[in-house]
Write a protein that binds this ligand. Structure first.
Ligand code: ZN
Length: 250
């Protein structure tokens, strides 16, 4: 069974979130949640949403949706704001407590967003946020830059696909399954660009590929399967398509 991620697009309906120059946080959050969700599904994960349209849900309802759906992880997407426009910028992540897999996901996403160009404001503990406190699974809230920062909005728009990818890879690379699982390694690189090239080639052929940065190398994997036979079948398909593969048990 694939891991299930609950995606929470912050605010909605009568709650606009932060607003700057006609731009509404609730719209940015929803767009992000939908695109992050689509990419996670492409990578083979299950996704549930706390909202898929412009409606208001209380923080408690959002947490309950994730709990009732049996989500394994909860990721809330927001954009930040400062009392004075263009005074603050950068990405940061909130967690109930900075430990375990939630801390790892939070750090991985903010590090990835720094690579995209955002100032890295790091991981902060926010034990009073309902969506972090009432969710029964590792939960993180990501502030994807400041909506009242021209520079951050420019990054958000011009590198939008990289922003989505930064969040998705931060989740994927941090997820630890309690059961052993099998994945197919297709390439190991010192240079990230080379790993990305292989990733794009594989994705273009429809393989659920992703990159994990491990021990100083960028490793390209395909799939993550609880049953060894599924991984073996995927390995055969990859080899038939001309790839060199190695089965990895995690
Ligand atoms: Zn917000």
């Amino acid at each position: 069974m694939a891991e299930k991620v609950a995606l929470d697009a912050g605010h909605g309906g009568r709650d606009y979130g932060a607003v700057y120059d006609g731009r509404r946080e609730k719209d940015d959050n929803l767009r992000l949640a939908q695109d992050v969700g689509a990419l996670l599904k492409e990578k083979g994960l299950d996704v549930v949403y706390t909202r898929t349209s412009d409606v208001y849900r209380t923080p408690y309802e959002r947490a309950m949706t994730a709990n009732n759906e049996g989500a394994d992880y909860f990721v809330s997407l927001h954009r930040n704001a400062f009392p004075e426009p263009n005074q603050a910028s950068g990405a940061e992540a909130f967690v109930y407590e900075d430990d375990g897999v939630k801390g790892e996901i939070a750090k991985a996403i903010t590090d990835n967003l720094e690579t995209v160009g955002f100032v890295n404001r790091g991981v902060q503990e926010r034990p009073n946020l309902v969506v972090l406190k009432r969710t029964g699974m590792p939960a993180v809230l990501i502030q994807v830059g400041y909506i009242d920062s021209e520079a951050d909005n420019q990054l958000f728009e011009q590198n939008y696909e990289d922003v989505v990818q930064a969040i998705v890879e931060g989740i994927l690379n941090s997820i630890v399954s309690e059961e052993p699982y099998y994945k197919v390694q297709v390439g190991v690189f010192r240079v990230e660009a080379n790993a990305r090239r292989l990733l794009e080639e594989l994705a273009g052929e429809g393989f659920p590929a992703y990159i994990v940065y491990e021990d100083g190398y960028y490793k390209v994997f395909v799939g993550a399967y609880p049953e060894m036979q599924e991984a073996v079948d995927m390995e055969k398909l990859l080899r038939d398509n001309g790839y060199t593969t190695m089965l990895v048990r995690k």
